[in-house]
Design a protein around this ligand. Structure first.
Ligand code: GLY
Length: 320
């Protein structure tokens, strides 16, 4: 049977390869989505997820994550969890519980410590230096403090027809302590139903949650829309609605996959994503908003990849 996986941003590409290998060997959707996100969480250069993620304004890395099983609709989530290497794995463990399945702050961190999850200081020297530079910039000029909130979100479909979805993020750089975005919120940052499909979001959580966009995309797929039509029809009119009624709309990008392994994307910014199915090897693609509320999708160029790699690993003065 068909299998597939799709995930947000260039950073997910290695995880998509790993998930593809698992799914091709008849691995289960839940295991594959967790493995995919674990790869991103452990890579210290990704500054918006897991180890190396940028901290809040107090210099503390607080992470949000969620896991959803598309067969049972079971969900687990954590908000503002600290010192945990794999927040998504904690979310998955919580999804096995009927009660207390969404834990925040100290309670989430305590659950992880008591249940044997890998605990570590998530603030790398590099992330600390970036935080200190930002504090200095803010002291010198009247700047918007907030920058960078690229969630890894992923959807998997296994050979048995089961689907899963998950997210993980360190959230908005320089956020206030205790701020939680869309990523752990059911229907906003993620949703999956093995009979209809799944969707996840990345971007400014405060605006994504105004539209419950992940659920809206799944609802539309359930009504028969293709994943691409569901993404276009849910996302672009909502951006217009937000601009008209709220006065502005932050950046956001959504991905979707249905139980046949068809996929779709919509975005109001340049957005990379990675996708693989039983019919197509892992591919890194770029989406941009197209004419008349459509999405333009093209392969990522070698020049873009090289510039990305340089940006990612650009030297940072760690001496401050
Ligand atoms: N989408 C991630 C966040 O806003 O925290």
């Amino acid at each position: 049977m068909t299998w597939g996986t799709i995930a947000t941003w260039r950073m997910a590409h290695d995880g998509v390869r790993k998930a593809s290998d698992l799914l091709a060997q008849a691995g289960r959707a839940g295991d594959a989505v967790e493995a995919l996100i674990n790869v991103v969480e452990a890579y210290p250069y990704y500054k918006s997820v897991g180890y190396g993620g940028l901290p809040n304004e107090e210099g503390v890395v607080e992470m949000d994550a969620a896991f959803m099983d598309g067969d049972t609709l079971a969900q687990g989530a954590v908000g503002g969890i600290r010192n945990v290497m794999h927040a998504v794995s904690v979310a998955r463990a919580l999804s096995a519980q009927h009660y207390n399945s969404f834990r925040v702050g100290e309670g989430a961190t305590k659950f992880a410590a008591l249940n044997g999850f890998e605990m570590t200081n998530m603030l790398t020297d590099r992330a600390k230096a970036q935080w200190q530079h930002r504090l200095a910039e803010l002291a010198a000029a009247d700047l918007d403090p907030y920058d960078g909130h690229d969630t890894v979100g992923a959807i998997t479909l296994d050979r048995q027809g089961s689907m899963a979805a998950a997210t993980s993020t360190s959230g908005l750089f320089m956020k206030k302590a205790g701020r939680v975005g869309d990523s752990p919120l059911s229907g906003s940052g993620f949703y999956v139903d093995s009979e209809r499909g799944g969707a996840t979001a990345t971007g400014l959580g405060e605006d994504i949650m105004k539209g419950c966009l992940a659920y809206e995309i799944v609802r539309r797929m359930g009504d028969g829309e293709t994943p691409q039509a569901a993404c276009d029809h849910a996302v672009y009119p909502f951006i217009e609605t937000l601009k008209r009624r709220y006065g502005k709309a932050g950046e956001f990008s959504l991905i979707a996959m249905n139980p046949r392994g068809d996929w779709g994307v919509a975005t109001n910014v340049e957005f990379t994503f990675s996708v693989a199915t039983s019919a197509a090897a892992p591919q890194l693609l770029m989406a941009t908003p197209g004419p008349a509320q459509t999405t333009v999708i093209a392969p990522v160029t070698q020049a873009w990849l090289e510039a990305y790699e340089q940006r990612l690993k650009a030297p940072i003065d760690l001496s401050r």
